[in-house]
Design a protein. Structure first.
Length: 274
């Protein structure tokens, strides 16, 4: 890949990597991460406390999974051409491991993402403070949709289940991001594919550990979730990043040497190497 094609993870509207100045890209990352966290955590908080009838939990579960997908689709198409549309420290690390983002920019990206995520949960607490008298207290006592294991897991899953889920699903997510936004083989439908993948990931992992695969999201909710979510936060900071590094390094080693395959030959089951 050329240097210009290997510095960003998401394609712009014309199929080229974004070229905005770093400061502009960081603002885009902060806004996009805000949208993502506000969308998924806001849906989870308000839906779970408003719809309490028998059987409503299943509807809330589906609503949250689709909310995160819709939020990331909107964010990727709005800010992807500006910043690359990471909105997730694990994705930025995976992009760097794959050679798509300079390592020197990972730190600023992560800081911008963390700021956007924390601002999102802060705004949600502000909204909650103007709600029913006990609403904010109840959601904070319940953990504020924080990630967790053992008694903090919605399904009662333990530490090692959370570790496996976070490493594996983050790796899958980063693979999808890297594949759909590849400078030579990517697709302009990348945002939709990424959003649907994140929806699937949440359908799988919400019962296990409330679905992280995003350290910024985990940090932003743990801050308002109390002592126990903060004590377990390390799992959701470390293992999504580990999964992202594995995905980034292996994608680069296994797939980045392959050239684009024409649509006609794909349909015929052929590759360019034949």
């Amino acid at each position: 890949m050329s240097d210009s094609a290997s510095t960003e993870i998401a394609l712009g509207a014309d199929g080229t990597p974004p070229t905005a100045p770093l400061t502009t890209r960081l603002v885009g990352e902060a806004f996009g991460t805000f949208m993502l966290v506000f969308g998924v955590i806001g849906t989870a908080l308000f839906a779970s406390t408003h719809f309490t009838e028998p059987g409503a939990a299943s509807a809330v579960y589906l609503a949250v999974a689709f909310a995160v997908g819709l939020s990331v689709v909107a964010g990727v198409y709005a800010f992807g051409p500006i910043s690359g549309g990471h909105f997730n420290p694990a994705v930025s690390v995976g992009a760097a491991a794959a050679g798509r983002l300079p390592w020197r920019e990972v730190g600023p990206y992560v800081i911008a993402q963390a700021i956007g995520a924390v601002v999102a949960t802060t705004v949600l607490t502000l909204i909650g403070s103007f709600g029913p008298a006990d609403w904010l207290t109840r959601v904070q006592d319940a953990g504020f949709i924080s990630n967790g294991f053992d008694h903090l897991s919605p399904g009662g899953f333990g530490l090692f289940a959370a570790i496996i889920v976070e490493v594996l699903l983050t790796a899958v997510f980063v693979y999808v991001v890297l594949g759909t936004t590849h400078p030579a083989r990517g697709t302009r439908m990348a945002g939709l594919a990424i959003g649907l993948t994140l929806t699937l990931i949440h359908l799988i992992s919400i019962p296990v550990d409330n679905a992280s695969v995003n350290p910024a999201r985990s940090l932003a909710t743990a801050i308002y979730g109390g002592i126990e979510p903060l004590a377990q936060l390390w799992v959701f900071l470390v293992f999504p990043v580990l999964g992202a590094i594995i995905a980034g390094m292996t994608y680069r080693a296994l797939f980045d040497s392959a050239g684009p395959v024409s649509a006609g030959r794909v349909a015929a089951g052929e590759s360019d190497s034949e």
